[in-house]
Design a protein around this ligand. Structure first.
Ligand code: HEM
Length: 138
């Protein structure tokens, strides 16, 4: 059951709003920085994660039904299109999702929302993989 999380700003509120999402993203990049299985995807990023941390947090606010400030602050984005230049296949997608699952597990969220969030975020993660594989097959 999704408990109506996809409706309006229900997911944004369940995540604790801007601060809750910032805490999630902070932990997500700590895991990316430290987990052995994330070494490959960590190496795709620049040394300083501050900018991508802010961008992912702002993106997720809108993605969860909260304020949409991404375009105004950073310009238009296509998540699959933006990632197509990186070599992302199932292992990289799964490493990214592992970092996210660890970070989600650490949040003071309702268990049903944790499960909902992880199911939902797997969808754009798979789209990123497909876009990357297709780009390399061209
Ligand atoms: C599937 C595995 C994924 C990998 C391996 C991955 C990797 C990356 C990399 C290497 C960057 C560039 C970082 C830099 O410039 O230093 C990036 C940026 C970003 N990623 Fe991902 N990503 C993945 C999935 C996702 C998903 C599912 C989302 C959103 C739901 C997302 C949102 C973003 C955003 C918002 C940025 C910043 C874009 C920008 O610089 O304009 N990523 N990602």
């Amino acid at each position: 059951m999704s408990d109506g999380y996809g409706v309006g700003d229900a997911s944004y509120r369940a995540a604790g709003g801007r601060d809750g999402i910032a805490r999630l993203v902070e932990r997500f990049y700590v895991h990316m920085d430290t987990l052995v299985e994330a070494r490959g995807i960590r190496a795709m990023h620049g040394a300083d994660l501050a900018a991508v941390r802010e961008k992912l947090a702002v993106f997720l606010c809108a993605w969860l039904g909260g304020p949409n400030d991404y375009r105004a602050r950073f310009g238009p984005i296509s998540i699959p299109g933006m990632h197509a230049r990186f070599a992302i296949d199932a292992p990289e997608r799964d490493a990214w999702l592992t970092c996210m699952a660890r970070a989600v597990d650490e949040q003071p969220w309702a268990p049903a929302f944790k499960a909902y969030f992880l199911r939902a975020i797997a969808v754009p993660a798979e789209r990123v993989r497909v876009a990357s594989v297709m780009r390399r097959a061209e």
